[in-house]
Write a protein that binds this ligand. Sequence first.
Ligand code: HEC
Length: 114
Amino acid sequence: MKPLLLPALAITLGVAALLAADAAPRTVAITLPAETARLADSPLPGAALATSFCFTCHSADYVLTQPPASSRAYWKNTVVKMQKTFGAPIPDSAIDPITDYLVKTYGAERASGK
Ligand code: HEC
């Protein structure tokens, strides 16, 4: 019986090694769909600031789908909520310019009155 022990041990170790290799982390590549929503161009300084600070967590669709009658106070509250409640790293100095851009482009102060 003794000669059988060695091969049995070798097989056990081999299986253990295979199981361990299977449990090792693997790299999986995924391809996300291209982002299509973007903010409207504008000479207002808040446009570039919003593009820099607003879309690390969600797409621009969140801005584009807000009610067009939204007031300056609504937009300011929203921007401050992103910063304070959701922890967006938006400098205080960017709050007012971003609010100004958003209310004039997507809110109650739009020139077109769409
Ligand atoms: C730190 C991550 C983060 C950043 C950066 C961020 N947001 Fe958000 N935003 C959120 C979360 C979380 C929600 C809520 C999502 C939900 O309810 O499904 C949200 C929701 C929104 C909504 C939907 C209305 C609402 O009040 O929930 C708007 C509009 C919005 N964000 C605008 C902005 C703008 C403008 C900026 C830049 C000033 C910004 N977000 C930056 C996390 C972020």
